[in-house]
Design a protein around this ligand. Structure first.
Ligand code: SAM
Length: 388
């Protein structure tokens, strides 16, 4: 049991150690410039000298008109204090490496006199006490009392938090009514704790296109896919941005070009809704409920569409009821052999009649059905308005 626990902890830690590239932070945060002026920004999963979030805010501190920047790091992070040791800054030597720190920045200027502002100025401004760099009493866990005290001071939280604690992280930010811009797993859209926030317009997908590749740094020794131009190891992660700050994208309407026809847009066998396989194929003239892929969240404008629910196997959160049960169906491979499972496992999924192009299907007497991927159920608000 103990072995199992430590294995799980190791898997979790592996999921959590991805580091965001400065260019990705710059590309996203330029859409939020208007929100930062006069605000206290908190990066609470960020080693001040490793994190590109800290770097971005400190180097753009004056341009964005930030009031205060706070960063805290976690003692468990394998890259803490690697690049420019905080202890070099404090002149305390290596024995303190990996200790968690909080950095509080209220002023940024050219302290070294070289004509520009860079991370060396920031280090000097800590050394001279203009800004504050102090050891935390605990391990820097964002849930610890001292980190929550810092959270209370913040207006906007901006970071890439540990994926394994994403649900807890978001719940904490919302419980303190904080604005945020964070990186998370794309699959979070279907988490039963997170989807309702998207549906109720409390959180939305950030500016970056959800389908665009997201390459993050991995620590030395971890598996990687590419080496970037600076020789650092990077890996493609299923990630996107989530925020509750207003952005232009959220007000852009999707241009719908396709028209509904019953042969292309099949009715589900177990929901009173039609299936749409690609977000760009949402028909412009269908007023009823439509099941669309989860990447719809990327294009969601609450003035254009209403979200009815999510249907994703047993995690389904539909505001629409399933009309059929598949318990006695037999799961069948493409070659016609039976897997031995019954249809119970597709209960709750969106189901279409007939065989799929690939993958298993389910049979009962002469009836053949297959389930689709997770679907978000939506309705076009404009057509609803026309109907009224
Ligand atoms: C996905 S990484 C991103 C790091 C950094 N924010 C960035 O974007 O480059 C998440 C970081 O959170 C740290 N972390 C893990 N558990 C944490 C916790 N309970 N509290 C604070 N940080 C934690 C990890 O060690 C890791 O450094």
């Amino acid at each position: 049991m103990a072995g199992n626990k430590s294995l799980k902890a190791a898997v979790r830690a592996k999921e959590d150690e991805f580091y965001t590239q400065l260019t990705d932070i710059e590309k996203e945060l330029r859409h939020y410039k208007q929100h930062f002026r006069g605000k206290t920004i908190l990066c609470n999963c960020d080693d001040p000298f490793e994190s590109n979030f800290f770097k971005y805010f400190v180097l753009n501190f004056n341009r964005l008109g930030i009031k205060k920047l706070i960063a805290t790091c976690y003692s468990g992070s394998p890259i803490a204090n690697q690049q420019l040791s905080l202890f070099d800054v404090l002149g305390q030597g290596d024995e303190n490496a990996n200790k968690p720190y909080k950095a509080i920045v209220t002023q940024v200027y050219d302290q070294t006199g070289d004509g520009g502002v860079d991370m060396l100025d920031v280090a000097e401004l800590f050394k001279t006490g203009v800004n504050e760099l102090v050891e935390l009493t605990g391990d820097g866990d964002f849930r610890s009392e001292e980190c929550i005290e810092l959270l209370k001071q913040a207006d906007i939280v901006v970071t890439n938090p540990p994926f394994s604690l994403f649900r807890e992280y978001v719940a904490l930010l919302l419980s303190y009514n904080k604005s945020f811009i964070i990186v998370g797993n794309k699959n979070a859209v279907t988490y039963k704790e997170f989807f309702p926030l998207l549906m109720e317009n409390k959180v939305w997908v950030g500016s970056r296109n959800m389908n665009q590749d997201f390459w993050l740094y991995v620590p030395e020794g971890a598996p990687y896919e590419k080496v970037d131009e600076n020789g650092r190891h990077i890996k493609h992660i299923m990630a996107c941005w989530y925020t509750n700050l207003d952005i232009r994208k959220r007000h852009e309407e999707m241009i719908l070009v396709k028209r509904y026809n019953s042969s292309e847009y099949l009715q589900y066998d177990n929901y009173e809704a039609i299936n749409v396989d690609k977000v760009q194929d949402i028909p412009c003239d269908y007023a009823g409920i439509m099941g669309v892929p989860v990447t719809f969240m990327d294009k969601y404008n609450p003035d254009q569409f209403e979200i009815i629910g999510l249907v994703n196997g047993k995690d389904y959160l539909a505001g629409i009821k399933t009309t059929k049960n598949y318990k006695d169906y037999e799961e069948t491979r493409q070659n016609g052999t039976k897997t031995g499972s019954d249809g119970g496992k597709i209960n709750g999924n969106p189901v279409l009649k007939g065989k799929p192009k690939s993958g298993n299907y389910f049979v009962l007497n002469d009836e053949v059905v297959h389930s689709t991927y997770a679907r978000i159920f939506i309705r076009n608000k404009h057509l609803e308005e026309v109907k009224k």
